[in-house]
Design a protein around this ligand. Structure first.
Ligand SMILES: NC(=O)c1ccc[n+]([C@@H]2O[C@H](COP(=O)([O-])OP(=O)(O)OC[C@H]3O[C@@H](n4cnc5c(N)ncnc54)[C@H](O)[C@@H]3O)[C@@H](O)[C@H]2O)c1
Length: 251
């Protein structure tokens, strides 16, 4: 697969890693449709890259089904899906105010894990109808985990559980979709300078950066976008999770 002939859905494409991926894909000739719940910013990014935007809640079956139909209408086919929509919360299992709020745990799983699967399964159903490329490829799905899936910190029970789920479903999805020529990969980012991080005080950002062995800085969202682009083009990558973290292992 080549980026220049890719028709991609990018969830969470209104911000951060998804936005950088949308820009990288479009710069390299891909057609892009952004699915995001944030409509103003999503529309703006889509207009800047010559792509499309559909306001979507990834957790909602009807919303994603309708968005998928719009993406098909606008692009004619879907050959790549990058799931970047997600949230991060911090709460301890038992904190100052008592036990972890159950609804916060469930919401995190719902967006980060169920939302990712919801988009993936519906995108895969469309991809399975593509004419195969000469090597049999019909599409690729790239999900976003986190290094918190492996070394989650205090306060990350919900977030790490959601990302652990993303890691866990990578191989079985790749196996399920193998006969359709659809690959499934996951990226586990370390700490990237997205709007989420940019809101932290400067000294906290510097401390986070100093903990990264090499290079000792936060990740640039464009690096995530380039890795996603590489995965699209590298047809032998399948069923695996790639850490992109400057060798950071969180304690
Ligand atoms: N930034 C990091 O350091 C980092 C590290 C590891 C993993 N990640 C993961 O990467 C992904 C992107 O993170 P980011 O830093 O770019 O965050 P971000 O907040 O900048 O962007 C997330 C986007 O997802 C959208 N979104 C949230 N819930 C949605 C829903 N229900 N339906 C549709 N869209 C929804 C938001 O509107 C937003 O545009 C997340 O899954 C996050 O957990 C980020």
């Amino acid at each position: 697969m080549q980026l220049s002939t890719t028709a991609a859905i990018i969830t969470g494409g209104a911000s951060g890693l998804g936005e950088a991926t949308a820009r990288h894909f479009a710069e390299n000739g891909a057609q892009v449709t952004i699915f995001d719940r944030g409509s103003e910013r999503g529309q703006q990014v889509a207009a800047e890259i010559g792509g499309h935007f559909v306001q979507t809640d990834v957790t909602n079956e009807a919303s994603v089904t309708a968005a998928m139909a719009q993406a098909m209408d606008k692009m004619g086919r879907i050959t790549a899906t990058v799931n970047c929509a997600g949230i991060a919360i911090g709460a301890k299992t038992v904190g100052k105010d008592g036990p972890h709020p159950l609804d916060a745990f469930q919401r995190t799983i719902d967006i980060n894990l169920v939302g990712t699967f919801n988009v993936s399964r519906l995108a895969a159903a469309e991809m399975a109808r593509n004419d195969p490329e000469p090597d049999g490829a019909r599409g690729v799905i790239i999900n976003t985990a986190s290094i918190a899936a492996f070394d989650g910190q205090k306060g990350q029970a919900a977030y790490a559980a959601s990302k652990g789920g993303v890691v866990g479903m990578t191989l079985p999805m790749a196996r399920d979709l193998a006969s359709s020529g659809i690959r499934v990969m996951a990226i586990a980012p370390g700490i990237f300078m997205t709007p989420m991080l940019a809101g932290l005080p400067e000294e906290v950002q510097q401390q986070l950066a100093a903990d990264v062995p090499n290079p000792a800085r936060l990740g640039d969202p464009r690096e995530y976008g380039r890795l996603a682009g590489f995965i699209v083009e590298m047809g032998y990558l399948n069923g695996e999770v790639i850490r992109i973290d400057g060798a950071l292992r969180m304690r």
